[in-house]
Structure formats: structure tokens, C-alpha cells
Design a protein. Structure first.
Length: 227
């Protein structure tokens, strides 16, 4: 999908090959882009041993040597979460905000070591993450690294509808603002807000499973009412 436009009550979608399709409603599920910190070797390990979520990957790295890379305020919380899964967690302060006394106490209470300094690269041996190199040349042996990406909804193709991603209230990236049912304010068929965004477009945690299930129902209900 390259672009979308409104024509009367309907939407016209232009595909990459120039073909145009028409629909009464649009359900857009083009996901998001994970913007990662610019650290040599990090992107290549993304989704393997560079991770972002204790619930998605925590079990696989249980009891391993984990390093949490601070780039924003939630790094301390992330370190504490991963500490539930392994006793060997360190926090690299990197470009994160200065730790408060309370945060330092929380980390100390859980034996999470704080390593000051900017991270330069991710070290790899035999296709496995083996350590984290700081700018001063120190290498800290690690088996997995946790980062928090910026989540940016893929929305370029929606600009022609006047929709663009805006900053998420939790500061985790840019998302497409909708109502609780996933509807944007773009009016469509019979004046209903007909353009619907779903999945990671809304930045994951705003759409719980229940709501995702409601979206097809909502489209169906609108069709029933229309007929
Ligand atoms: C490393 C990693 C591990 C994860 N592990 C877990 C896990 O264990 N459990 C869990 O619940 N979640 C996990 N997640 C999150 C999960 O992957 C996402 O929440 C989920 O994939 C979101 O689905 P989506 O359909 O919104 O987007 P996506 O899965 O990103 O799908 C979007 C699709 O749209 C396509 N697309 C993009 N632009 C266009 C365009 N212009 N036109 C047409 N098509 C387009 C893309 O090619 C893609 O196929 C993980 C995420 C990552 C990055």
C-alpha cells in the first residue's frame, strides 16, 4: 500500500504496482518500526540476543548474564524485571538519565551492578553475543542485552488522509491516535469514523487482545446497520 485517499464515502488505496482498490472501510495493520540505539553490532543481534521484553524472551535467557542498556527512564524497571529471571543483571548507564538515589537503592537491593560509561559496540563470538564494549575499551562479558526501542507506527502512506503518527503519551514512540475501538476521526461510509487502525499501529500495549478481537466485530456491526 503506497497511499490512501478519500473519494466520497469510500477510500481508494494505491498499491505499489499502481493498481487502485476501493473499499468502504480501511483496516490498516502495517505495524511499526523499532528504532534502535545506534550502537555497532546491535541491530544485527536484534531479536536474537538483543531483546526488549521480559515476557517475550525472558524465559530463553533465564540464568544468563544479561545487560540492560539505559537510553531512557524505564531501563531501571526493565533491569528489575529481568532480575526476576536471572541473578546476573548489570545496568549500563549509557545515555540514560542520571539514576536517582531511590533507583540506585532498588538496583543495589537486587544485586544489579551499575556500569557507567557509553557503550560503543556489541561483541560477538561464534554467532553469539559475548559482551558489551564501552568507549573506554572495557569489555563486559554478557550473553544477552536488553534495549528499549522507540516504537514508530508505519503511517507514511496515510498522510494523504490527514493522518500521521503523534507522540505516544507514555513517551515510548509515535502512534496513531484513535478512540477506544481503534477508530480514527476520519469520517467514512455514512458518516461513521470508518478508518480503523489496529495492532502495532497503536503501539502494542494500547490494544489488548480483547480490543483486537472487537475490531472485526465493529466492522461487521457497521455493515449490519448499514444494510
Ligand atoms: C524481536 C521481537 C520479538 C517479539 N516477541 C513477541 C512475543 O514473543 N510475543 C508477542 O506477543 N509479541 C512479540 N513481539 C511483538 C509482536 O511481534 C508484534 O506485536 C506483532 O507482530 C504486531 O503485529 P502487527 O500485525 O501489528 O504488525 P507486524 O507483525 O509488523 O505486521 C505488519 C505487516 O505490514 C506489512 N507492511 C508494512 N508496510 C506496508 C505497506 N505500506 N503496505 C502493505 N503492507 C505493509 C509488513 O510487511 C508486515 O507484514 C515481538 C516483537 C519483536 C520485534
Amino acid at each position: 500500500m503506497r497511499a490512501a485517499a478519500q473519494v466520497g464515502d469510500a477510500f481508494e488505496v494505491t498499491l505499489d504496482d499502481g493498481a487502485i482498490m476501493t473499499a468502504r472501510r480501511l483496516l490498516v495493520a502495517t505495524g511499526l518500526v523499532d528504532e534502535l540505539p545506534n550502537i555497532r553490532g546491535l541491530r544485527e543481534r536484534w531479536g536474537r540476543d538483543v531483546l526488549h521484553c521480559p515476557y517475550c524472551h525472558g524465559w530463553e535467557v533465564r540464568d544468563q548474564a544479561v545487560g540492560v542498556l539505559a537510553t531512557e527512564p524505564r531501563a531501571v524497571h526493565m533491569a528489575l524485571l529481568f532480575r526476576q529471571l536471572t541473578s546476573d543483571v548489570v545496568l549500563f548507564t549509557h545515555t540514560g538519565p542520571e539514576l536517582t538515589d531511590e533507583e540506585s537503592e532498588e538496583l543495589a537491593a537486587r544485586d544489579i551492578r551499575i556500569i557507567a560509561g557509553v557503550v560503543e559496540s556489541i561483541e560477538v563470538e561464534d554467532d553469539r553475543l559475548s559482551g558489551v564494549r564501552l568507549q573506554d575499551g572495557t569489555v563486559v562479558a554478557r550473553q544477552a542485552v536488553v534495549v528499549t526501542p522507540r516504537f514508530v507506527a508505519r503511517s507514511e502512506m496515510l498522510r494523504s488522509l490527514g493522518i500521521k503518527a503523534t507522540p505516544h503519551p507514555m513517551g515510548i514512540g509515535d502512534f496513531i491516535a484513535t478512540d477506544a475501538m481503534g477508530r480514527t476521526s476520519v469520517p467514512g461510509d455514512q458518516g461513521w469514523p470508518s478508518f480503523i487502525a489496529t495492532g502495532d499501529q497503536l503501539v502494542q500495549r494500547r490494544t489488548e487482545a480483547g480490543q483486537r478481537r472487537q475490531i472485526p466485530q465493529l466492522i461487521e456491526h457497521q455493515d449490519v446497520a448499514r444494510q
